[in-house]
Design a protein around this ligand. Structure first.
Ligand SMILES: *Cc1c(COP(=O)(O)O)cnc(C)c1O
Length: 351
């Protein structure tokens, strides 16, 4: 049975009256010799190429490429200045400041809570269980008419585990608001993505990014996949030219070569396994299972190790203050040479 949540009714009420900004390029999309409609420089741009022109506000070419890769329709896709822009827009679409709330399941990605706080929206935290699994009954007990968004992350950052599909389906069916599944690391996982089953779930938004497996964090290109009705709400609020022309062109080049990404995923996952075995063999460490391009590791003296690694020129992420992550460092899988340096540096730690 499908959830009967109606995204338009969850939306902040005043947005029903909003008339979105219509740019010159929204109003004219054909070809013409003389374009005097957008107050652009006639060119050439000192920055080169056709950069005197505004970019495509609808990112049509990138969406066509993503549609071919994912099997979702181009109308199901929002492209943002990183998926961080999609997270921010979700809060701005659905949550009234001082009234509504989001639900997060810490330890998880910090941007959900930061975006909510920036908009004076409460964050209800329903922690993961000690084994980093979701507490579905507690989430559903906390849900009410104020909790417009539930942020789930699979594989979860920083714990690395995938959330089981059955639980995601149960929440998608029973949560009375929008369910956001952040799949920033899904390409590294063997578990089934939400992209396919969420196709006709009006209350599910799946986030993806070119920043991780696709190797293009510098572009700032992230995606939200949802039914066209929900994508229309993103388009209502997004800045018209939110993805620059160089980023759109580089995104197309990135997506045109999926074999590179597939090869990177294979190497990263093999290195993750090599690091897992080596770190597990060190006395007192616990390496948590990971489906992503990082490992969460509990060390006997995490604070000292963190500082010592930094002195040796190796920066990892200290997650020891996060709930359930006492003494834990999050280590990104690097190149084989970088991973060797990391292992060597840990072995150098004075006993
Ligand atoms: C890295 C990461 C992102 C990516 O954000 P971008 O803005 O697309 O770079 C999103 N969600 C999670 C959980 C992440 O770890």
């Amino acid at each position: 049975m499908k959830n009967t949540v109606d995204p338009e009714r969850l939306m902040r009420p005043h947005l029903h009256k909003l008339v979105p900004y219509s740019s010159a390029r929204h109003e004219f999309t054909g070809a013409a010799n003389v374009m005097l409609d957008a107050n652009e420089h006639p060119g050439p741009s000192p920055a080169g190429g056709a950069l005197n022109h505004y970019p495509d506000p609808g990112q049509h070419a990138v969406k066509a490429s993503l549609a071919a890769i994912t099997g979702r329709s181009a109308n199901d896709i929002f492209i943002g200045n990183g998926s961080d822009e999609a997270i921010d827009l979700l809060v701005r679409i659905f949550c009234s400041p001082g009234v509504d709330a989001i639900i997060t399941c810490p330890p998880t990605y910090g941007m959900y809570g930061v975006c909510a706080a920036a908009h004076d929206v409460d964050e209800l935290r329903i922690p993961l269980r000690p084994d980093f699994s979701l507490d579905v009954p507690a989430i559903l007990r906390a849900a009410d008419s104020r909790t417009k968004l539930l942020f789930l992350c699979s594989p979860n950052n920083p714990t690395g585990n995938c959330l089981p599909l059955e639980q995601l389906l149960e929440l998608a069916e029973n949560f009375p608001g929008m369910v956001v599944v952040d799949e920033a690391y899904a390409e590294f996982a063997s578990a089934e993505s939400a992209l396919n089953w969420a196709k006709d779930q009006p209350n599910v938004v799946v986030l993806r990014t070119l920043s991780k497996a696709w190797g293009s964090a510098g572009l700032r290109v992230g995606m939200a996949y949802a039914v066209p009705r929900v994508i229309a709400l993103f388009n209502l609020l997004k800045p018209p030219y939110n993805v620059g022309a160089p980023a759109q062109e580089a995104a197309l080049r990135t997506l045109a070569d999926p074999a590179k990404t597939t090869a990177h995923i294979a190497l990263s996952n093999a290195e993750r396994e090599r690091l897992r075995v080596a770190l597990s063999a060190m006395p007192g460490t616990t390496v948590f299972p990971s489906d992503a391009n990082f490992l969460l590791v509990r060390f006997p003296r995490a604070g000292a190790l963190f500082g010592n690694l930094q002195q040796q020129g190796i920066v990892v992420r200290d997650r020891s203050k996060e709930p359930g992550c006492k003494d834990c460092l999050r280590i990104t899988i690097g190149t084989p040479a970088e991973n060797d340096l990391l292992l060597q540096a840990i072995r150098n730690l004075p006993a």
